[in-house]
Design a protein around this ligand. Structure first.
Ligand code: FE2
Length: 385
């Protein structure tokens, strides 16, 4: 079909122009969105191809011919109708829906932005009232939105009762259970399987690197904290990776290229994964960071000739992680819950003296996907676009 114009009666689109491979819609705001015919047919909202009740696609994407063309484009009120070159049923579209779902170059990215931070965030830590979050979905949605942005936020005023953090997780999402504990008690143990259950200092790390999908979110609830020392340390891995890209791109390349083994185990459980310490997303931003020095197994997956450069790269990554300007130090008070993105934010603690006091935290894991879903529904953005 050759190029032709079609006027559409709509408060959104004012005209359509058909090209060989795509349709261009001119909007009232002066912008133009192009839609490939295959995309239009794939996302056709007509009853033959789309289930209205579930709002899910019925048609098979692979059934669309690669040479699909529009043979006619018409409008009927607010509806855009396209007839197809393969003779199958016409498609109808609401131009407003097309505007919301346009994918052309001028559309802004749909991924959530991250705000990077360093030591200065200690003075501006996003803070929310536990009681409000537990009783008001809108307040909970705002808390989750801030968490998506910063990767570390604080709740205040939580009861210091046993397993309150589990009730918090059940309210907003689900507890992500792991092999060790559903609700972990972080305190000095007589028979620790990991350094976390001693009074020793803990270097900055992420949790559960032995899983192929480490738990995404930690909720860290302070029940009692009257020991000397034991302040928590936090570092934004997203900032670390952005810095490493500037200071030592070769180190970043090596940290993303070679999988190594991470292992965390006890008498009854054994977790073992093989992944690069740093995984980036399509835009080159940090997606998943695995960094827990005591869980890295003897290197066997890095080529012999690369091993010296791998150690250089690890040192370069560690230097950014341990840089004082990146480190937020925070001493939790009873009744506070810190929410930590475990794929992004590292945590550690100073050593403490528990001779004359108790340091007791309870911790559960959750998944950010579930929290984000709660937020979308609370903000009225759940389901249909
Ligand atoms: Fe930890």
């Amino acid at each position: 079909m050759g190029k032709h114009d079609s006027s559409i009666v709509s408060e959104n689109a004012i005209s359509a122009k058909a090209y060989d491979d795509f349709l261009a819609l001119n909007w009232q705001d002066g912008s133009v969105s192009r839609f490939h015919y295959q995309w239009l047919r794939d996302n056709c909202r007509s009853m033959e191809r789309f289930d209205v009740a579930t709002q899910e696609r019925k048609a098979l994407t692979e059934s669309i011919p690669s040479d699909l063309r529009a043979t006619a484009i018409d409008s009927d009120g607010d509806e855009l109708r396209i007839s197809w070159s393969d003779g199958t049923a016409d498609s109808q579209f609401d131009p407003a829906w097309l505007k919301r779902n346009a994918y052309d170059a001028d559309q802004s990215p749909k991924t959530t932005c991250q705000r990077h931070w360093g030591a200065e965030y200690a003075n501006a830590l996003e803070s929310f009232t536990y009681k409000e979050v537990m009783s008001d979905d809108v307040a909970a949605g705002a808390m989750i939105q801030a968490f998506e942005l910063w990767g570390l936020i604080r709740l205040t005023g939580a009861p210091t009762t046993d397993r309150e953090v589990e009730r918090f997780a059940d309210r907003l999402a689900y507890v992500r259970e792991i092999a060790f504990d559903r609700v972990a008690n972080i305190r000095v143990s007589v028979d620790p399987y990991t350094l976390g259950f001693t009074n020793a200092s803990l270097p900055l790390h992420t949790d559960c690197s032995g899983y192929s999908w480490p738990p995404n979110v930690m909720a860290f609830h302070c029940l009692q904290n009257d020991v000397a020392g034991g302040a928590s340390q936090y570092v934004d891995g997203a900032q670390v990776i952005a810095q490493l890209r500037q200071t030592d791109p070769e180190a970043l390349r090596i940290m993303t290229e070679y999988a190594v083994e991470f292992r965390l185990w006890s008498q009854n459980a054994d977790t073992l994964s093989q992944y690069p310490p740093v995984i980036l997303d399509e835009q080159g931003n940090l997606a998943v960071l695995r960094y827990a020095n005591w869980t890295v197994q003897p290197l066997q997956t890095v080529p012999f000739d690369v091993v010296p450069r791998w150690y250089d790269a690890w040192r370069a990554l560690a230097a950014r992680i341990n840089a004082p300007e990146n480190r937020l130090s925070y001493r939790c008070a009873p009744g506070e819950i810190l929410l930590i993105n475990n794929h992004r934010v590292l945590h550690g603690r100073d050593a403490f003296d528990d001779c004359e006091g108790i340091r007791h935290f309870q911790q559960v894991y959750m998944e950010l996907d579930d929290l984000s879903g709660f937020r979308r529904i609370a903000q009225g953005k759940g389901g249909v676009k």
